[in-house]
Design a protein around this ligand. Structure first.
Ligand SMILES: [Fe+2]
Length: 294
């Protein structure tokens, strides 16, 4: 088998063929995938019937697995999947869809807002890998927005204005924007805001991108309403259809995206039927901005 990556658009999203993710990969293949990620920011694989262990082994080729702790309100004793896996399904431990008013379900509805995974962590994520074990019966597409193209399309005045700006990110902000505000003291402490640069530069390609996320709650040094109005404006710009790829899931698809260069969101789906999606996350290696001491 030979690895091939077919662009779905000239610079964004590649479709990968000639690879079996259940088998060990050689260094050249891994390097080919990394350079595909640097270029396309999103890679789509089909027909990859992987187990959780195989998904974690594949993920480790790109860096350390990010610990899921601090990223959700699901308690350790409620986890359906092994440590190292992020459960992005709508299921409880009994493999049945969560009740409509289940707190975990309401929290996870935040995934329908445009975001970058783990932008609420001081060291945010590098890649996310999402395996579709069982697609939704209706809806449930994941959309990806190219934040490099969005940056490139900004006018010079806006680019100058955002240069050097630092935002605060927290799960408290994204969930709060949906009206999910009931958090315990412990959750509030775990979701304490962190600081991120609004503009990032990719370490390999050198391309700049807008680092937006619904986790943003303010811009440091700005009046909050002014900051949020500006962030909304930038997000509206960055998620125009010309920058967006909608992925319609087939069973055993696997999609990798670079959180440093993209935003994504899941679209509404029929929540009464099981939708089993399992994510692994590659940890980032450095903060994008200095944090304030705790
Ligand atoms: Fe996500």
């Amino acid at each position: 088998m030979t690895l091939s990556i077919q662009p779905l658009t000239p610079g964004f999203v590649g479709e990968v063929a000639g690879i079996d993710l259940t088998a060990p990969l050689d260094a050249a293949t891994v390097a080919g995938l990394e350079s595909g990620m640097d270029r396309f920011a999103v890679l789509v694989f089909h027909d990859q019937r992987i187990t959780d262990d195989q998904q974690m082994a594949f993920t480790r080729h790109f860096g350390a697995i990010e610990a899921a702790r601090g990223g959700n309100i699901t308690r350790p004793d409620q986890q359906r999947l092994p440590v190292g896996m992020n459960d992005v399904s709508n299921l409880g431990q009994d493999n049945q869809p969560l009740a409509r008013d289940d707190r975990r379900r309401l929290f996870n509805l935040g995934n329908q807002l445009w975001h970058s995974d783990s932008s609420f962590r001081a060291i945010p994520a590098k890649y996310s890998l999402l395996s579709c074990r069982l697609p939704a019966t209706t809806g449930g597409n994941t959309e990806f927005a190219d934040m490099r193209a969005a940056y490139d399309a900004l006018d010079a005045a806006t680019r100058a204005e955002i240069d050097g700006l630092i935002c605060e990110h927290s799960l408290i902000y994204s969930r709060g924007s949906l009206g999910f505000t009931e958090l315990t003291e412990e959750e509030r402490a775990a979701f304490r805001p962190v600081r991120q640069s609004l503009v990032r530069t990719h370490p390999v390609s050198g391309r700049k991108s807008l680092y937006l996320s619904s986790h943003i709650g303010t811009i440091i040094g700005w009046p909050r309403p002014e900051a949020m109005a500006f962030i909304r404006d930038l997000a509206e710009h960055a998620t125009q259809p010309r920058f967006v790829y909608p992925h319609r899931w087939r069973q055993w698809d696997l999609v990798i995206w670079d959180n440093r260069q993209t935003m994504h969101r899941v679209r509404r789906f029929d929540d009464r039927a099981p939708r089993d999606m399992r994510r692994t996350t590659v940890a980032g290696t450095a903060p994008t901005a200095a944090q304030i001491a705790a």
